[in-house]
Design a protein. Structure first.
Length: 503
């Protein structure tokens, strides 16, 4: 499980596995809250809670209404919600984020309870760019800093800006993409933490400091303070960080990273995940400690949260917070209320190639796992899919009397295998395992799709190479989402079982 303790002396990284990029964290008393980017998925911006920085429980999704998150079919995959910043100030939570779609821009939301409800957006037309941050100085002035790295003063209640945005710092000379700024007052200095080098293998974390939130800023002589570029470490693409104090007053960093697998160049399939690293302060600068898959337990008692069941029986009136859909989730197309104890999907788009496909899934969070579902396709056509985007997905699809294994990679779409089946409900499944090592081009994993026979045995229809559902092949900023879809008519699902087979 995420953050599970291996022994009395170690914890695992990532602390929030799977497609949970761009983490931003804040502390309120003994509680920690964290949010991540969600891109084209709805509801948007998962909100997590922790008491120990190691174990995280999803409370909900901040943007759960179309009035907050209008994602139409024109929103491309890897568009949508970018890089939220979460802060607590003056008795309320503040969430600022960029909506990358037609008519989008920077927006600000507030809540008194991070579990929601969150407000409708305050639009910020005077704030340019992406990756907005919020910080308040001693007299209550609110500063918004954005990728680039520029800054403008704002009224967070109305969205009004004061003056023109001004450049603060461009990061390390020659480094690309200074982004993900976070501004803090720590001790005698204001610190400006950024990511740079691009969110791929060259990603890193750098920092500068000054005596005022508006600068001037002096860069740390040891920049980047964290980067795994040009190394053989199992965690790569490290960056987009945020700082927070632990329960004992020590300092920690949450950040994104990936776990590439297979041969050359290495493929990451779960997306960018949330990691935790220790920080010490030396001569007024942060020094980031070891970031590895297994790390030392922090110096305070761990507080594991509730363990989520592997199986979802769709016995609630609403889907649990971990379920996400592509761009929207209208109740007339996706509901647990039509047939009690079942998820009912009513088709709109005709396949996963289309942006308006009716889909409900959860992030793949383990490199090895088994997923099964009981489907009733008697009124339509649909199935179980592993999705990266419209051009990269595998699915096993059932219609009355037939099951087909389909693959879409770039412009190519094919029926890999098919077989007749008796009419009525049946169990579909996919098992994701390590690929058999062959050569330098061996992919990261293998996906075996099939169905269960009446006696419970599993019959495979085919095994597909996982590299084609990776960011290195498809591009973009997301990770795999595994779920259920309807491509024609109405399709019912009795349960969905996600079984980890390792980390």
């Amino acid at each position: 499980m995420p953050g599970q303790q291996h022994t009395d002396a170690t914890v695992t990284n990532p602390v929030i596995p799977g497609f949970h990029p761009d983490p931003s964290v804040c502390r309120v008393g003994d509680d920690y809250y964290l949010v991540c980017s969600s891109f084209e998925y709805f509801p948007g911006i998962p909100v997590f809670h922790s008491r120990d920085l190691v174990h995280w429980t999803q409370l909900g999704n901040a943007l759960d209404r179309p009035s907050q998150l209008p994602l139409d079919a024109g929103t491309p995959s890897s568009g949508g919600i970018y890089a939220p910043t979460l802060r607590h100030h003056d008795g309320r939570f503040w969430l600022i984020v960029t909506l990358v779609t037609e008519g989008g821009g920077n927006m600000l939301f507030t809540a008194t309870d991070p579990a929601g409800p969150w407000s409708d957006p305050v639009h910020l037309p005077g704030v340019p760019g992406i990756d907005p941050d919020l910080a308040w100085d001693e007299d209550g002035t609110c500063w918004c800093t954005v990728a680039g790295v520029g800054q403008v003063r704002i009224d967070p209640y109305t969205g009004e800006t004061f003056g023109e945005p001004r450049r603060l710092w461009s990061g390390t000379p020659g480094a690309m993409a200074p982004e993900a700024p976070h501004l803090y007052r720590i001790g005698a200095y204001w610190y400006l933490l950024i990511a740079e080098g691009g969110t791929e293998r060259g990603h890193g974390v750098s920092i500068a400091r000054g005596h005022a939130p508006t600068g001037p800023f002096e860069p740390c002589p040891a920049n980047p303070v964290l980067s795994h570029r040009s190394s053989d470490r199992p965690i790569q693409n490290t960056g987009h960080a945020d700082l927070v104090q632990g329960p004992d007053g020590s300092w920690w960093m949450v950040l994104l990273g990936v776990r590439p697998g297979g041969g050359t160049p290495g493929w990451h399939v779960l997306g960018r995940e949330t990691f935790l690293a220790p920080v010490e302060w030396v001569d007024g600068w942060p020094v980031v400690g070891e970031l590895s898959p297994v790390g030392a337990v922090p110096g305070w008692p761990l507080v594991p949260g509730p363990v989520e069941a592997d199986r979802d029986d769709f016995d609630l009136s609403e889907l649990r917070p971990r379920w996400i859909s592509v761009r929207d989730r209208a109740e007339e197309h996706c509901t647990t209320k039509e047939r009690p104890g079942w998820l009912t999907l009513r088709a709109r788009g005709g396949s996963l190639d289309e942006r308006d496909v009716v889909f409900a899934g959860r992030r793949q969070q383990h490199l090895r796992c088994r997923i099964r579902t009981l489907i009733d396709p008697s009124e339509g056509r649909g199935g179980l899919a592993v999705r990266l985007d419209e051009e990269h997905h595998y699915e096993i699809e059932a219609s009355d009397g037939e099951v087909r294994l389909l693959g879409r990679v770039g412009p190519l779409r094919t029926v890999v295998a098919s077989r007749p089946v008796p009419a009525g409900p049946l169990v579909l499944g996919v098992r994701i395992t390590d690929a058999e090592p062959r050569e330098a081009r061996t992919g990261p994993d293998a996906l075996t799709f099939g169905l269960e026979e009446p006696d419970g045995t599993f019959t495979a229809l085919g095994t597909l190479d996982g590299r084609y559902l990776s960011t290195e092949v498809a591009g973009g900023f997301t990770g795999r989402v595994i779920g259920l879809y309807a491509a024609a008519g109405t399709v019912h699902f009795d349960w969905f079982d996600y079984e980890p087979l390792g980390t």
